[in-house]
Design a protein around this ligand. Structure first.
Ligand code: HEC
Ligand code: HEC
Length: 159
């Protein structure tokens, strides 16, 4: 007798539960369109491989505007075109022509900071004035400023 009423109770709950569930979904539960799922605002069922155009500076050094840095140890972005200065090879690094500290001031460029130089001394105790290997390929850390419209606002440092 007890067993029977328990199973009747469970059965009733299942029926009541599914009716509530169904009425919930039918009566105004919000559905999300495929275009709203991702950041790119396109349906996830087609692949659009076109990436938005990124505009890098096309003006030569001397006319650019340096950006304020997001935090103290960030590599600053490059405010001028670099297309005439690439590729950087073992024998040729055009960036050094203007950014080495002894010339930087005369061309109005920011001098390469001490952190980029080798901290070594010659046998006679003279400091070695040479860019450290890890800092030689400038564009592995410094990127040209890009004119982009981020789909989500970057609030880093603003909170
Ligand atoms: C012909 C000289 C010249 C050459 C070559 C050059 N730069 Fe510059 N650079 C400048 C000047 C001048 C500025 C100051 C901003 C301006 O006027 O564009 C500058 C600014 C910068 C800045 C911004 C520094 C700051 O204070 O925010 C970076 C980073 C930079 N350059 C990196 C590079 C890299 C990397 C290369 C090589 C791919 C390079 N530059 C080649 C002259 C030069
Ligand atoms: C391994 C990453 C890395 C590489 C490679 C690199 N840098 Fe930097 N650079 C940084 C960082 C990080 C900073 C900011 C912190 C600092 O001053 O050390 C910086 C700062 C600078 C600054 C601004 C200095 C100031 O006083 O504000 C200039 C100019 C610069 N780098 C030029 C260059 C040039 C030219 C090259 C290539 C010869 C180069 N960097 C290679 C990481 C790098």
């Amino acid at each position: 007798m007890l067993k029977q009423s328990i199973s009747v109770f469970i059965g009733t709950m299942i029926v009541v539960g599914s009716v509530l569930y169904m009425s919930g979904t039918i009566a105004g539960e919000k559905t999300i369109a495929p275009e709203e799922i991702g950041i790119r605002k396109q349906t996830v069922f087609t692949e659009n491989t076109q990436v938005p155009e990124v505009k890098y500076p096309d003006t030569p050094p001397g006319t650019g505007k340096t950006l304020s840095r997001a935090y103290p140890t960030v590599p600053p972005q490059i405010p001028h075109s670099i297309k005439d200065f690439l590729p950087i090879t073992a024998k040729e690094n055009a960036c050094l022509n203007c950014h080495m500290p002894d010339v930087a001031k005369t061309v109005g460029a920011t001098p390469i900071p001490p952190s980029h130089f080798q901290r070594r001394f010659s046998k006679t105790g003279k400091p070695i004035y040479k860019i450290a290997g890890a800092n030689y390929y400038c564009v592995s850390c410094h990127v040209p400023q890009a004119n982009v419209e981020p789909p989500i606002e970057n609030v880093f440092g603003k909170q």
